[in-house]
Design a protein around this ligand. Sequence first.
Ligand code: FES
Length: 170
Amino acid sequence: MTLLQVARYNNHMNITANNNEAGVGTISRRQFMRRCGQVAVASGLLVAAANVLVACGEDPKPIWQPIGKLTDFAVGKVTTVKLKLGGSGREIPVFVQLVSQQPQVLGGVCTHAGALVGWDESKQQFVCPQHGSVFNKSGHPLTGPAAEGNTGDLPTLQLKVENGIISVFS
Ligand code: FES
């Protein structure tokens, strides 16, 4: 899944959830709070998507991009690689690690509101500088607004390995 697809999918799910509750005359406090959370999540994702598009100047199209040789990455270590989103001028970090000898690439766009996250080697966590969300090594939110709003894990990017070269679709 590409970063753009993640943003679009999350936005679609939010709209679907709202439609499923349409027609209810009154809502409980819990439903109200959940809807507020959904609106906040949708707003954040729209801002994130807009930030990407504005920075690129156009709607970037995902393309396969090589990020390095399989042998460049060590088991248990997270390596940051800069990638141009859709081949555009917008550079984002992606995080490569080998899990059970298989490459895994996480996108470095925060699922709260689209800021770029960084890898903290000493704490073995991803950290978003914008509002302080923290994600574990698998990209799952632990603290901060991304965890509180349950906005989701950092996106796992689609990848392929050909002739020992890892490429991601982004
Ligand atoms: S953008 Fe808000 S915590 Fe990352």
